[in-house]
Design a protein around this ligand. Structure first.
Ligand SMILES: Nc1ncnc2c1ncn2[C@@H]1O[C@H](COP(=O)(O)OP(=O)(O)O)[C@@H](O)[C@H]1O
Ligand SMILES: [Mg+2]
Length: 246
């Protein structure tokens, strides 16, 4: 298997507490991966490290065909290199339409000049419409984003991340606060995205993880406790003891 992301021997401590402890694992290109584990296991901190938000004390994070070390890059450079991250709280522009939010993400020229002289090209229009149908919001294009449901806002934000065409999409607890129907739609959307890029999903909802039908990495105390199919890891005695059995 070729590797898109390799985390190797990574550790980080906060005030003497080892949140990530000699963590090592790999993600392949166009792979869906679920990360599960108890609260405080280090799942979010792992994403903080990959995106450059938190700098580890030790270890390496190797990225892409050219095997570059992400730990030497700024958050902005890491994002430019193809790492996209979805936070738990949607950060869409509520006063703007779905279409305008997608267009902003497509352009993503954050310089003042880019915003000031922004003129949509017809290919950008088509791309916005394509993204809207990918996230199931084709019939909501001209709705004000603030009027969308919680689930729809989450999908819009995923669409805005997909507009950047990341090679790796990190998603932290996407199903939180969603109805069953919304969770099912989210699974489908992420599965579709994972056909052409790697998608790493942190999630507590086991039914959600089951529907992802992917390899699962279980974190505990900042290290990998078990890895494999969901059936494999849920039968692991250590996983039952520290996570499922509680
Ligand atoms: N910036 C930080 N400063 C201090 N402690 C932190 C920080 N980020 C995370 N931690 C601690 O690291 C541990 C792992 O946290 P986190 O990665 O958020 O876990 P998870 O997402 O698996 O629930 C927790 O004990 C948390 O309190
Ligand atoms: Mg977390």
């Amino acid at each position: 298997m070729s590797t898109l992301l390799e985390v190797s021997g990574v550790s980080v401590s906060f005030d003497g507490f080892r949140a990530i402890n000699n963590l090592s694992f790999k993600i392949g290109p166009a792979e869906m991966r679920a990360i599960i584990g108890p609260n405080g296991a280090g799942k979010t901190t792992f994403m903080d490290i990959v995106t450059g938000k938190t700098r580890p004390d030790e270890g390496r994070v190797i990225w892409g065909d050219k095997s570059v070390n992400l730990l030497k890059m700024s958050e902005a450079k890491i994002a430019q290199a193809g790492v996209g991250r979805k936070f738990q709280r949607p950060t869409v522009f509520e006063d703007q339409s779905v279409f305008d939010n997608l267009m902003m993400a497509i352009k993503n020229d954050r310089t003042p000049w880019g915003v000031l002289f922004f003129k949509p090209k017809s290919s950008d229009n088509a791309r916005a419409e394509e993204l809207a149908s990918e996230i199931g919001l084709a019939d909501q294009l001209h709705r004000k984003s603030g009027e969308l449901s919680h689930g729809q806002k989450q999908w819009l934000e995923i669409g805005m991340l997909l507009a950047q065409d990341p090679q790796l999409l990190l998603v932290d607890e996407p199903a939180a606060g969603m109805t069953l129907e919304e969770r099912e739609h989210t699974t489908a959307l992420l599965a579709e995205a994972a056909k052409t890029r790697a998608v790493v999903v942190v999630e507590h909802d086991m039914e959600f993880v089951r529907r992802l039908e992917c390899k699962v990495t279980v974190l505990h105390e900042g290290s990998v406790l078990a890895e494999g199919s969901l059936d494999h890891v849920t039968q692991n005695q250590d996983v039952i003891d520290v996570y499922l059995g509680r």
